[in-house]
Write a protein that binds this ligand. Structure first.
Ligand code: ACM
Length: 273
């Protein structure tokens, strides 16, 4: 199955321009699962709730949700993208998942990074989405899609939990600023025997004297800890690789990851201290 990332430079607070950039990049992409960065349509460095009020939307009825649904239907894509979600008085750093048949689901970032804590509520739900995807040759793939957002990578419990829920791919919209994540992702993929797709952004943002530089380096990693894709901090566009979703959960003939984990958790739970 074809999977990929859209790595680009979102323009801060400029939704219209970002819609245009995203539409242009996805115009000729078909029959694939594509991950976009965290907060892909708005940029990232917000410091106050008043700044995001106008930029947030309800999922799946908002304008960016609708744009992604339209592109996914037209081009036979599964798309996962970050955006600011509003529900009532609360804002979430969320990801929307859409496919050729429309809206699939959403994920709200659990581990908020730095000043995100001042504006977003943390999510409290991890889900794996079962998606039957057919390519242009009518070949069918069962994608069991887990989603985490950026800083969630730092907490191995998130990817482990998604694996225990059956994920064979983790989509990982990101706005990375620290250098470590691209080094860690092959291990997240290996220790959970699944594929990871980290879509990061590039560029720099400034707001009220604060500034952040984003490291690019989007990576797609295999269950064998290989980099199937590793970009630099300047490349922009859609980058695709082919993956084989028939993943064997055996580590050796006598070690099955799921069974060994089950007995490990039983043991840990039975220990008094
Ligand atoms: C991050 O979680 N955006 C670093």
């Amino acid at each position: 199955m074809k999977v990929g990332v859209l790595q680009f430079y979102p323009k801060f607070k400029n939704k219209e321009l970002n819609y245009k950039i995203i539409k242009d990049y996805l115009k000729d992409v078909r029959n694939a699962l594509i991950v976009l960065p965290e907060l892909a349509n708005t940029g990232y460095l917000f410091l106050d709730k008043s700044e995001i009020k106008e930029l947030a939307e309800e999922i799946p009825t908002g304008e960016f949700s609708n744009l992604l649904i339209e592109i996914a239907k037209k081009n036979n894509l599964v798309l996962v993208s970050g955006l600011i979600e509003v529900e009532g008085n609360n804002f979430y750093n969320s990801a929307i998942i859409v496919g050729p048949y429309g809206y699939i689901g959403k994920y709200r970032k659990i581990n908020l990074f730095y000043k995100e804590k001042l504006i977003f509520e943390a999510g409290n739900k991890l889900e794996v989405f079962d998606i039957v995807f057919k390519d242009d040759k009518n070949k069918e793939y069962l994608v069991k899609l887990g989603v985490m957002i950026c800083f969630d990578w730092y907490f191995p419990e998130i990817s482990r939990n998604l694996m225990l829920k059956g994920a064979n791919i983790i989509a990982h919209p990101s706005n990375l600023v620290l250098p470590y994540c691209p080094l860690a992702m092959p291990i997240r993929a290996l220790e959970n025997k699944l594929y990871t797709i980290t879509a990061n952004r590039i560029g720099k943002e400034e707001n009220q004297g604060e500034s952040l530089s984003f490291i690019g380096q989007s990576v797609i990693c295999s269950p064998k800890a290989e980099y199937l894709l590793k970009l630099d901090n300047k490349q922009e566009g859609v980058f695709l690789v082919d993956i084989d979703l028939n993943i064997n959960k055996n580590i050796t003939k006598l070690n099955n990851l799921e069974q060994d984990l089950k007995s490990l958790y039983e043991k840990l739970n039975s220990m008094k201290n």
